[in-house]
Design a protein around this ligand. Structure first.
Ligand SMILES: Nc1ncnc2c1ncn2[C@@H]1O[C@H](COP(=O)(O)OP(=O)(O)OP(=O)(O)O)[C@@H](O)[C@H]1O
Length: 304
């Protein structure tokens, strides 16, 4: 962690502490000495591009693979054998048993745990009522994710890991899923989320750690990180409305057929556009988001 970065959490409410975690594979330092803490009842986001080291970090935290060095503490204690009884995991791709219905799948998974949530509660929380009798193979992407979420919650864990839970879902299904995650958080459960979607992280996460090449490059609350790195906003105009010589004069950039103007002074910039007799039709003002932050920090976009 470099100087100036916030160390996320660090209060007596920390439920997970990750200290100097390292994972080396032959020739690859997948996780390179990272430390952070997670606060009870928060949604914590681990963000980064493909290959950043997120899955490796999460799998060490879940007790699935060992670390090369460093430690993960749950309420101050090392990961024990009973960790799988205490946490819930929604994997990126869990194979669901063919020929079983949603209800039968819940029955099957209930048998794996000592303590489980009543099915009625799970069905309500995850919105499974309308397709309980449907064969797993016939579920839509959103329905499947809701079932996987219910399976992750079946042992009523205090801590739940969600690995890219909305990848491949349509916008409406993603929004529905976000609401479910908010409902889970409202029950004071701690949610640990990995995602490529920065709007998802902004919607759900109280705190984020951004990884690249095995290291933490930033951490903190989304709002504070944005305030720290950006004083400016973006103004967009359709390209054909702005004369080329003005674009060059002001060193504005072209992005997706739009002129992008970065400014700390929106009113002054709009006055300038009016003075230059540029039509303002289609003008958009946008505040920077975590995608922009990632681009600023690494020079490349999260989804490249
Ligand atoms: N078993 C392994 N053996 C060798 N290298 C590995 C192994 N697992 C992961 N790696 C490497 O470690 C680095 C981090 O991988 P990891 O899967 O943790 O990244 P990620 O951030 O989860 O990426 P994604 O978003 O694509 O899942 C990558 O360079 C990957 O190729």
């Amino acid at each position: 962690m470099t100087q100036g970065q916030e160390r996320v959490g660090q209060t007596k409410n920390d439920v997970i502490e990750v200290n100097n975690l390292v994972k080396s594979y032959k020739g690859v330092q997948a996780v390179d000495d990272i430390s952070f803490t997670i606060t009870k009842g928060h949604c914590f986001g681990l963000l980064g591009p493909n290959g950043a080291g997120k899955t490796t970090t999460i799998e060490i935290m879940e007790g699935i693979i060992p670390a090369t060095s460093g430690e993960v503490l749950y309420s101050g204690k090392s990961i024990g054998k009973d960790i799988s009884q205490q946490i819930g995991i929604q994997f990126q791709s869990t194979a669901l048993q063919d020929f079983l219905t949603v209800q039968e799948t819940l029955n099957l998974f209930t048998a794996f745990y000592d303590n489980t949530l009543p099915h009625a509660q799970l069905i309500e929380l995850c919105g499974l009522k309308d397709f309980l009798d449907r064969d797993n193979r016939l579920l839509s992407g959103g329905q499947r994710q809701r079932l996987l979420l219910a399976l992750a919650l079946i042992n009523d864990p205090d801590i739940i890991f969600l690995d890219e839970p909305t990848t491949g879902l349509d916008p409406q299904a993603r929004r529905n899923f976000w609401q479910l995650i908010k409902n889970i958080k409202a029950q004071n459960k701690t949610v640990i989320l990995t995602t490529h979607y920065m709007d998802e992280a902004e919607q759900l996460c109280d705190e984020v750690v951004i990884m690249d090449n095995g290291k933490i490059i930033e951490s903190g609350t989304p709002n504070r990180l944005l305030a720290k790195h950006f004083q400016e906003v973006f103004i967009y105009l359709p390209k054909e409305q702005v004369p080329q010589e003005l674009i060059e004069k002001h060193q504005w950039t072209i992005e997706h057929e739009r002129v992008e103007i970065t400014t700390q002074h929106v009113e002054e910039t709009i006055s300038l556009l009016i003075a230059e007799q540029i039509p303002l039709e289609g003008l958009q003002v946008k505040s920077p988001n975590l995608d922009d932050l990632f681009l600023k920090l690494t020079g490349h976009s999260l989804r490249e």
